[in-house]
Design a protein around this ligand. Structure first.
Ligand SMILES: C[S@@+](CC[C@H](N)C(=O)[O-])C[C@H]1O[C@@H](n2cnc3c(N)ncnc32)[C@H](O)[C@@H]1O
Ligand code: SF4
Length: 368
């Protein structure tokens, strides 16, 4: 049976627009009005989604994962928690008993009462955008919160013993000049018991304000590998290019993407995927209208290989016979590990050069 048990919601508002960020977001002009319009948008999008769901023979199942990303979802506030509770009920959506329900939180953009309201409706995981614990770098990064705001959030999560992930970024402008010590930053964050780290390499266009101050590629590679080494030593599994988790604390929601499974998405700029139909959709930002994209078999296959290689899901080499030599070479170079002479996953070093490895598979015509 075709079912949907995973949902992403995109909350598109922020208090400030960080100069490096490419996600769809805006500052509300009139908060009450903008939030009301957003709520109307979500209902409109759900109604549209119902048509597509039915035509393609899917039914909703109790949600096993629900992820609210943004933007800055913690700004949605009590009003957001109330809206969502009614939204789920009115649309006959329910949460499975063990649903992983994640809310993204920005330092300085939450309060205790609001988070307790979110927890009442099921939130059981937070994702906190730290980026850097160095005050100077954080300012260059155009973050509006202070390092004290970050610590206040970490202390609160620690005291409440909540399950949370933290986001850091590497390759920050001026890192070299300021001798950024990211390991020291991670060490400080670790004291508050996060169960998960997302560590992204900053990606920007060439008109980025601090483009000329970005560190060299070799410097970033070294930084990335030292982070991977450090977190592994602390018991975190490097289970995806940018993600590290304690045992059983992987993001179940994101795993669905990496396994190329069906995940619904609602909200401006959000995407969703009906895996069995190889059908992707993306929501327009100004109205609840979706753009559809049907993937060809070859496109879907390539995407599956790419997604599996970027995570611990890995690939079964038997489906790539007879050309196993290239994978043996990857193993010898320390880019991959092969178990039972058959199951391949990339190492941290392999993740770092993922695109080159994928290109090699193209060149050898192992994927089209
Ligand atoms: C959806 S974003 C927003 C999270 C939250 N609003 C915040 O600012 O902390 C999730 C994460 O993507 C990462 N990110 C945002 N822009 C990025 C960029 N240009 N390059 C790499 N990572 C980026 C950051 O680590 C951020 O925490
Ligand atoms: S707060 Fe987060 S989503 Fe908003 S602009 Fe900054 S990085 Fe982007």
């Amino acid at each position: 049976m075709r079912k949907i048990d995973s949902l992403y919601l995109h909350f598109p508002f922020c208090a400030h627009l960080c100069n490096y960020c490419d996600f769809y977001k805006k500052i509300p002009e009139n908060k009450a009005q903008d939030y009301e319009n957003f709520h109307r948008y979500l209902q409109g999008a759900f109604d549209e989604h119902e048509k597509l769901r039915k035509v393609n023979g899917y039914s909703w199942a109790p949600l096993k994962t629900l992820y609210i990303g943004g933007g800055t979802p913690s700004l949605w506030g009590i009003e957001g928690a109330r809206f969502l509770k009614n939204f789920l009920k009115d649309n006959a959506l329910s949460l499975a008993p063990d649903c992983e329900f994640t809310l993204e939180v920005n330092p300085g953009a939450w309060d205790e009462y609001t988070l307790s309201e979110w927890e009442k409706i099921g939130v059981n995981r937070y994702s906190l955008g730290i980026q850097s614990l160095d005050g100077t770098l954080s300012k260059y990064l155009d973050r509006v919160h202070s390092i004290e705001d970050v610590y206040a959030t970490l202390e609160f999560f620690y005291r409440k013993k909540v399950n949370f992930s933290v986001d850091f970024m590497l390759g920050l402008p001026f890192s070299k000049e300021l001798s950024r010590d990211v390991i020291n930053e991670l060490e400080r964050a670790l004291k508050f018991n996060p169960s998960h780290f997302s560590v992204y390499i900053l990606t920007v266009k060439n008109n980025y304000t601090h483009y000329k101050q970005l560190p060299a590629e070799e410097w970033i590679e070294k930084e990335y590998l030292s982070v991977a080494h450090f977190l592994k030593e602390k018991g975190f599994r490097h289970y995806e290019v940018s993600n590290f988790a304690l045992p059983n604390k992987e993001s179940r929601h994101n795993l669905n993407y990496w396994k190329s499974k069906t995940v619904a998405g609602l909200g401006p700029s959000a995407t969703g995927f009906f895996a069995e139909e190889k059908l992707r959709y993306k929501w327009k930002t100004n109205s609840p209208v979706m753009e559809l994209e049907n993937l060809l078999d070859t496109e879907f296959h390539l995407e599956k290989v790419y997604m599996a290689l970027r995570s611990f899901i890995g690939i079964d080499l038997d489906s790539f016979l007879p050309e196993k030599n290239v994978f043996k070479k990857w193993e010898k170079m320390g880019w991959a590990a092969i178990e039972q002479d058959r199951y391949l996953t990339l190492t941290s070093h392999g993740y770092l050069i993922l695109d080159t490895l994928i290109n090699e598979l193209f060149t050898l015509k192992l994927i089209k």
